[in-house]
Design a protein around this ligand. Structure first.
Ligand SMILES: CC(C)(COP(=O)(O)OP(=O)(O)OC[C@H]1O[C@@H](n2cnc3c(N)ncnc32)[C@H](O)[C@@H]1OP(=O)(O)O)[C@@H](O)C(=O)NCCC(=O)NCCS
Length: 207
């Protein structure tokens, strides 16, 4: 089954704006986003996938009908989210952000409690709050990526095609395609060598 999936990822060599979707810009509607998350939570955990996708689509996110969203996951915020075909969104995943794009490709697997957050704040050492003016940066997760449990993906990063992010990682920079990357901060430790069908050690400067 995984071979078949790999073949389908490999078939499409177009560079993505991820999602594999036809990248139509859609803007979320706050009340409908609230309703989509509320109703999704009431649905059976690992069923009704097309209905969940439809609810998020109505709310303004571009979610493929074949995407599988576990009911405890949440998508919220003012960001333009696209999620591609046959992508899995696991338990308690949080996808959130301000004015930005979060493009999640096809055949992506997102483990439990992953947080994909495009927003941040300027650090303000003059005011009472250290979190100053808000800003957001786009996130791109290319086709075939697997993100391990409890990882955090920060704004401004691109996860290259079919890379693997180890559990508990915090991704602050781009990760190259076909890499295994782990840790805080997340760095590539191995790169898949297609010709040799083997893993090469990633040099410490890869990312
Ligand atoms: C990254 C992962 C896929 C393993 O990949 P792997 O190539 O088999 O890695 P290895 O086990 O050979 O480990 C290589 C090194 O990375 C370290 N490592 C592995 N996973 C790590 C992680 N998540 N965080 C930090 N370091 C990690 C290992 O300790 C090892 O270090 P060492 O060489 O100093 O001993 C796996 O550890 C992982 O995190 N899986 C995700 C599990 C998960 O989230 N499950 C939920 C279901 S989606």
């Amino acid at each position: 089954m995984h071979d078949e999936k790999e073949a389908r990822v490999g078939q499409d060599s177009r560079a993505i704006p991820a999602g594999g979707n036809n990248a139509i810009s859609r803007h979320p509607h706050t009340a409908l986003v609230f309703l989509a998350n509320l109703i999704t939570r009431l649905l059976p955990t690992s069923r009704c996938y097309p209905l969940k996708a439809f609810l998020y689509w109505i709310a303004g996110y571009q979610v493929s009908r074949s995407c599988r969203i576990i009911s405890s996951a949440q998508i919220c915020g003012n960001c333009q989210v696209t999620i591609g075909d046959d992508t899995f969104i696991g338990y308690d995943v949080l996808i959130v952000g301000g004015e930005s794009r979060i493009d999640i490709g096809r055949f992506v697997d997102i483990g439990p409690r992953v947080c994909i957050v495009s927003g941040t704040h300027a650090i303000d050492m003059h005011g009472s709050h250290s979190a100053g003016a808000g800003c957001s940066k786009d996130i791109v997760i290319e086709d075939g990526v697997w993100i391990g449990a409890n990882s955090t993906i920060l704004g401004g990063v691109r996860l290259g095609r079919k890379c693997v992010i180890g559990a508990g990682s915090v991704v602050t920079r781009d990760i190259p395609p076909y890499a295994i990357a782990v840790g805080v901060p997340c760095r590539a430790i191995k790169i898949w060598n297609k010709d040799a069908c083997w893993w090469d050690r990633a040099s410490l400067t890869t990312t």
